[in-house]
Design a protein around this ligand. Structure first.
Ligand SMILES: C[S@@+](CC[C@H](N)C(=O)[O-])C[C@H]1O[C@@H](n2cnc3c(N)ncnc32)[C@H](O)[C@@H]1O
Length: 277
């Protein structure tokens, strides 16, 4: 269950995945302690109840990272199994969850942890699950298409999959805006997963999501863009009221064509058809 590092400077597993060992501080600083992390969580808070049919069903959170999404569901009464192969990330999530739970946010038995990668879940948590979440994980895998196949197999008939992926088209656009014209022209956008870099190794396109969903018998029910404007601003909001206005804008256009298509992340709800009777 441990990552097999091929060398110190190229820290991918044998499957070509980037576990986030050694990245806790960087990830937490550059995302969740920054306005973009705040916006991401605010948008999920806004969108998940619209895009999912939530009935308190059990949730499998795949690649749960620092545990924010697992906490979101636990607070709403779901029992959550959080799977995460990075022991660093899992340890931080657990410690934070323990504090929240001790403060009365949810009973401790509501959260369960698996130190395991997605690829092992058919063995370790076969379910089948009525609700699976897998947010910002596919883009860190060597074979994201195979991961969709695994997620589809873990879903119960009638089950829902909330999938969020890093959008390759938005990565191109933001590179152009930043002046990385040659990089954009050669379309060499992916990161290499080296050292502490947080450019995803397998950014995903909407076309790929359509294909991978259909290839695995899943129905795409809904899609939205997360951070459709924020990363393109010349002048990031300096004051709280500007940040609030930006959030209002993101909410207003996150599901409207063409804006959702350039969201930094694309958020999908897929469902698995009910079994034939
Ligand atoms: C960008 S973080 C996202 C964390 C969390 N889902 C969120 O939205 O904040 C990507 C996570 O995927 C995990 N990961 C990498 N390879 C994985 C694999 N094969 N199976 C499951 N998770 C994996 C990393 O360790 C990391 O915690």
């Amino acid at each position: 269950m441990h990552p097999t590092n091929t060398s110190k400077s190229y820290e991918l597993t044998q499957a070509g995945d980037r576990y986030f060992d050694g990245l806790v501080d960087k990830f937490s600083r550059s995302l969740y302690q920054a306005p973009r992390g705040e916006l991401r969580l605010a948008m999920l808070d806004y969108l998940l109840p619209q895009m999912l049919h939530l009935t308190g069903q059990p949730v499998l959170d795949v690649g749960g990272g620092l545990g924010q999404l697992s906490a979101w569901f636990a607070e709403r009464g779901h029992s959550v199994t959080m799977a995460e192969p990075s022991e660093d990330m899992l340890a931080h999530a657990r410690a934070w969850h323990t504090e929240r739970s001790a403060a009365g946010a949810w009973p401790p038995e509501q959260l369960r942890y698996l130190a395991a990668p997605l690829q092992s879940l058919l063995q370790h948590a076969p379910g089948p699950w009525p609700l699976i979440t897998c947010h910002a994980v596919l883009e860190w895998l060597g074979e994201p298409a195979r991961a969709v196949q695994t997620l589809a197999s873990l879903l119960a008939p009638g089950g829902q999959l909330s999938l969020m992926v890093f959008n390759r088209d938005a990565l191109r656009f933001s590179n152009v805006i930043k002046g990385n014209l040659q990089k954009a022209l050669s379309d060499q956008l992916e990161g290499k997963g080296k050292r502490q870099r947080l450019t995803p190794i397998s950014p995903v396109t909407h076309d790929e999501m359509c294909q991978w969903g259909a290839a695995n018998g899943l129905t795409m029910k809904d899609v939205a863009g997360i951070r459709i404007f924020q990363d393109y601003l010349r002048h990031p909001p300096a004051q709280e009221n500007e940040q609030a206005t930006l959030l209002a804008l993101e909410k207003q256009y996150c599901r409207q064509d063409p804006h959702w298509r350039l969201g930094r992340y694309l958020l999908y709800t897929f469902t698995k058809p009910e079994a034939d009777v």
